[in-house]
Write a protein that binds this ligand. Sequence first.
Ligand SMILES: C[S@@+](CC[C@H](N)C(=O)[O-])C[C@H]1O[C@@H](n2cnc3c(N)ncnc32)[C@H](O)[C@@H]1O
Length: 433
Amino acid sequence: MDARACAARVIHAVVSHGRSLADALPEAMQEETDSRQRALVQELSYGTLRWYYRLDVLLQQLLKKPLKQRDADIRCLLLTGLYQLSQLAMPQRVAVNETVQATKALHKDWARGLVNGVLRNYQRHAEVLESSVARTAEFRYAHPQWLAETLQADWPDAWQAVLDANNERPPFSLRINPQHLTRDEYLDELASRSIEARSLAHTSTGILLSRPLPVESLPGFAEGFVSVQDGAAQLAAGLLSAQSGQRVLDACAAPGGKTAHILETTPGIAHLTALDIDAQRLERVGENLSRLSLKACLQQGDAGEPAAWWDGQQYERILLDAPCSATGVIRRHPDIKVLRRPEDVATLVSRQAHILRALWPLLSAGGMLLYCTCSVLSDENSRQVSGFLDSQSDASGLPIDATWGRECAQGRQVLPGNDEMDGFYYACLRKLG
Ligand SMILES: C[S@@+](CC[C@H](N)C(=O)[O-])C[C@H]1O[C@@H](n2cnc3c(N)ncnc32)[C@H](O)[C@@H]1O
């Protein structure tokens, strides 16, 4: 496998065919066994998409005329070349030569001269080229314009910090399983293996590693002592505050990170339904729970249509980790910048509203529904919850007494990068009666 050609194909699949990185990358690499080659394809694919809008502005200046649609793979290869030259500490000669070579693997030998010319031109004139576009929003923020504008409207005092945080590499966070060991014990275990780590603020189970590691290298991973989970996601179990003997519904559960955390911290739960619309993703919940020796009732179904799967017994706690724009986790999934369209947000907002209304009758009087998203858009979060409360006379928003994130008209929002956490929104809704 030619790593650069492979990355170009992955980026082409995302940009031209709307596929996600999580989908396209493993498929493109399935026959590659060399871990260094795999790491390089991953680095080039993620990095190029992270800086896609910036690299594209540069490329437009470097091309005399746009490439034809049928040569979109060469355009993607050129973007990976610019990424290597502008963002990676790689010998420039290697970056240019290897990217030129990749035209062969793409069966487009004719493009050798073009790729060579464009990349060498960038090398020679990088400063002038960059200063001529430095003031464009695409170059400065490397985001689509609609998203930058929406963030500016939602977070007038923080939008630039959010955009910058989205362009960072994500932190690598863990959640220890308190049924097996304490956080300090696990930190000692990591230290004894010279793995640099520290506690994550605002969580009782979170640990931040200085560098990412393959999960197989984490002590006790196979035994279920530890899981990979962002710090903001670890706030859910505490906010849900499920009690022994209660019935709990995790309405959008896959792959089961929050389901597992709830069960780890409240072993006496009477019953937990882990629901997901996607049967394949639900299998992942089963695998994750089995590694952790935890049990839940796995149910495939649409949270918006409970008549098809609900047994009629109400729940005292409902976690609704709603399908959302995922704009709070862009640094983990930079393809979101390219894939998400402004009209998707409106569709998601009405889906969330539908699910919220559909699940409300399943909550017992006095019970609590925790609504959350990994979005940073107010339409999906605070405005969504305000709209729900306005229309639902037996619902009231509970204040969240916390030092993380920021208070909104309803609920609390963590912005990406706050205390090493992803962007996340939480609102606690009490059912009156
Ligand atoms: C943000 S992910 C949930 C992450 C999960 N709570 C965790 O912590 O691991 C959203 C999930 O909602 C599921 N989903 C989307 N629409 C749904 C619906 N109408 N009913 C049930 N699940 C749905 C998706 O398949 C996806 O697995």
